[in-house]
Write a protein that binds this ligand. Structure first.
Ligand code: GAP
Length: 441
């Protein structure tokens, strides 16, 4: 279970073991932008693959899409993001710091951290101003307002503007969905908590198109399915809950919204949103583009703009969640053992192959086993140091199985399988190891 101080330990483990690095670290880092190292890349990829499998491959009614990050600027006017995707900001004229007007009560005054902004004698706060969170850039060689484009703040709009393309090319019928995984960008004012809130992040979003009036029913179905997905990831059930958005919390596009929240060491926070967006987006795109975005429902002999239920999870947030949930420390024989008890299916390394010592044909046997297994599983070969140390190194990065080739292996053609969570050991025939792993992953 995560204890106070867990975040600091986790951030340090993530750097030391190659999960997550600060972006541009040699230049002092870039605020709230992070890079994934070798193990973090595998972990996040496994999470995204699992989502893709559940949402696209395992279903007949959802198609995949990979839309571009840059879109026509009119998309963001029609979607309401140019006018409405804003946070209210205040500046302090004295210390030049910037705060969210609605979070002053929890922010610290940089000059006197025991006080909130505005409470110190020298604070001079401006009136709140609306600050748009979209990153702007320019397309083409001229930096003028006519060439402004935005880095998308959500992947959803790429789905809406392609909905008829996907519908026609896939021959789906309503109800059906379109899923996408991709980068999104937000110029967050109060980012933080490691990879929890960043300025560049990845979303795993699915938009489900339904007949008008069926939205409430599908909203409930998707709520159930998405909570089950997080539970099946292996997250502690008591640390997951729903948060229903009150009217004043609802995003500009939402009719109703629930967040799936996880209890992080820094409090309960959203990891996924399930939104009933009604016909807001397609209606606005139809009006702004002048292109009909209606669906002809043959069964009902009716033409309508579908309503949309959206499920929107952050790949980086889910990655942080599984890391926090998996992190634990235990006392073993007077030493602290650090374990990432990750669900084996998403662990970055599934099995480590370890020759007990570097002699007596053990390295040759271990190498042959490693070369065979690596064609099917993410494996790691380690022949450096005492076996206990090697086990600990694998525990710390969440490797569920260590396969040790020892002196007896040449005689009985078996290896010792050592389990990360129980530290229990058993002998398994070398020719059965692949099947053994497949069954457990
Ligand atoms: N299309 C709807 C949408 O974007 P959202 O609630 O703003 O809804 C959905 O974001 C999810 O995207 C969040 O639950 C979170 O997991 C992730 N997300 C949003 N902003 C993020 C940020 N600044 N850093 C990391 N993840 C973020």
């Amino acid at each position: 279970m995560a204890q106070p101080g867990t975040m600091d330990k986790l951030v340090s483990l993530c750097k030391r073991r190659g999960f997550v690095f600060q972006s541009s670290e040699i230049y002092g880092g870039l605020g709230s932008v992070w890079d994934y190292g070798p193990l973090g890349t595998e972990l996040k990829r496994n999470i995204k693959d699992r989502w893709w499998h559940a949402m696209v491959r395992a279903r007949d009614d959802i198609e995949g899409l990979d839309a571009a990050i840059l879109m026509h600027p009119k998309v963001w006017e029609a979607s309401g993001h140019v006018a409405g995707f804003t946070d209210p900001l205040v500046d302090c004229k004295t210390c030049k710091a910037r705060f969210r007007a609605d979070q002053l009560a929890t922010a610290q005054c940089p000059q006197k951290p025991s006080k909130h902004p505005g409470e110190h004698t020298t604070c001079e706060l401006t009136e709140p101003r609306q600050f748009n969170l979209m990153f702007k850039t320019f397309m083409g060689p001229v930096e003028e307002s006519a060439s402004v484009v935005y880095l998308r703040p959500e992947t959803a709009q790429g789905i809406y503007v392609n909905y008829l393309n996907v519908l026609q090319s896939s021959r789906q019928k309503i109800p059906f969905g379109i899923a996408q995984i991709g980068k999104a960008f937000r110029n967050e004012i109060t980012p933080g908590n490691f990879i929890f809130r960043t300025r560049e992040f990845e979303q795993m979003e699915m938009q489900y198109f339904v007949r008008p009036g069926d939205d409430a029913e599908w909203f409930e179905r998707w709520r159930t399915l998405r909570m089950a997905w997080h539970q099946e990831l292996g997250l502690t059930p008591d640390k997951l809950r729903w948060h229903q958005h009150a009217d004043k919390e609802l995003a500009h596009y939402a009719r109703a919204a629930y967040d799936i929240e996880y209890e992080f060491p820094f409090g309960w926070q959203e990891i996924e949103g399930v939104h009933n967006r009604g016909s807001y987006d397609l209606t606005n795109h139809q009006n702004a583009s002048g292109k009909k975005l209606e669906y002809f429902d043959q069964a009902a002999n009716a033409r309508y703009i579908p309503e949309i239920v959206e499920t929107s999870a952050g790949a980086d947030r889910v990655t942080l969640t599984v890391l926090v949930d998996a992190y634990r420390e235990e006392e073993v024989e007077g030493e602290t053992r650090t374990v990432l008890g990750l669900n084996p299916a998403i662990a970055p390394i599934k099995a480590a192959v370890l020759p007990l010592v570097n002699k007596d044909a053990m390295p040759e046997m271990a190498t042959a086993l490693f070369n065979d297994l690596r064609t099917r599983f993410a494996c790691f070969y380690d022949d450096g140091g005492a076996i206990g140390r090697r086990y600990r190194r694998m525990d710390e990065v969440g490797t569920p199985f260590c396969l040790t080739v020892d002196g007896q292996s040449a005689e009985d053609q078996k290896v010792t399988v050592r389990h990360r969570d129980t530290m229990g050991q058993e002998r398994v025939s070398i020719d059965q190891v692949a099947a053994y792993l497949r069954e457990r992953l």
